[in-house]
Write a protein of this length. Structure first.
Length: 158
C-alpha cells in the first residue's frame, strides 16, 4: 500500500530536479528591454528596404560553406556581414557566422552542423537587416528581401 504514495513522492522529486537543471529556453529574461529594441529592429528593416537590399543565401550541406550574394542599387557593399541562424525554440543552439568577401562579389563563411528545424535566418550589418526562414538541413538556398519591400520591385539578381 505504501508503494503508490512512495512512487508519487519519488516521481515528484525527479520532476522538480528536471525542472531546476534544464532550461526551457522559451522565456525572455527582460521583456521591457526586448520591447525597447523592437523599434531599433524595425528601423534596420526599413533601412534595408530604403537601400533596396536583396540577398541570395546558399548553404552547401556537405562542405558546410555559406555563400551570400548581396545586391542593391547605390549601396557600397560592406567589408563584413553577419549571418545569424536562430533556432526556433533553443537560444543555446543559435549561430553567428561572420561572412567575409569571397570571389565574384559574394561573401563566404562556414556553418557548424545544425539539427533539423525551421531556422530563422538574419543577414545583417550594424545598420540594416534582412531576415527569413529556412528549413535546415535540407533547403540549400534562400532569397532574403526586406520585410516591407515588394518582391516585384526588388533588384535583378543574375
Amino acid at each position: 500500500m505504501i508503494a503508490f504514495p512512495a512512487a508519487a513522492v519519488i516521481g515528484g522529486m525527479i520532476t522538480i530536479y528536471l525542472a531546476i537543471v534544464s532550461s526551457d529556453g522559451l522565456v525572455e529574461d527582460d521583456y521591457y528591454k526586448r520591447g525597447k529594441t523592437i523599434n531599433l529592429e524595425l528601423a534596420r528593416d526599413q533601412l534595408a528596404a530604403h537601400r533596396e537590399l536583396e540577398a541570395i543565401l546558399g548553404i552547401n550541406s556537405q562542405t558546410r560553406q555559406v555563400t551570400v550574394r548581396l545586391e542593391s542599387r547605390d549601396y557600397v557593399r560592406p567589408e563584413r556581414i553577419s549571418l545569424l541562424l536562430l533556432h526556433p525554440t533553443r537560444a543555446g543552439k543559435d549561430q553567428r557566422i561572420e561572412l567575409e568577401p569571397g570571389g565574384k562579389g559574394a561573401y563566404i563563411g562556414t556553418v557548424t552542423p545544425v539539427e533539423p528545424a525551421s531556422w530563422h535566418v538574419q543577414l545583417e550589418t550594424g545598420d540594416w537587416r534582412l531576415s527569413g526562414r529556412m528549413q535546415l538541413p535540407g533547403q540549400t538556398t534562400l532569397r532574403l528581401v526586406p520585410q516591407n519591400m515588394p518582391i516585384a520591385n526588388s533588384p535583378n539578381l543574375q
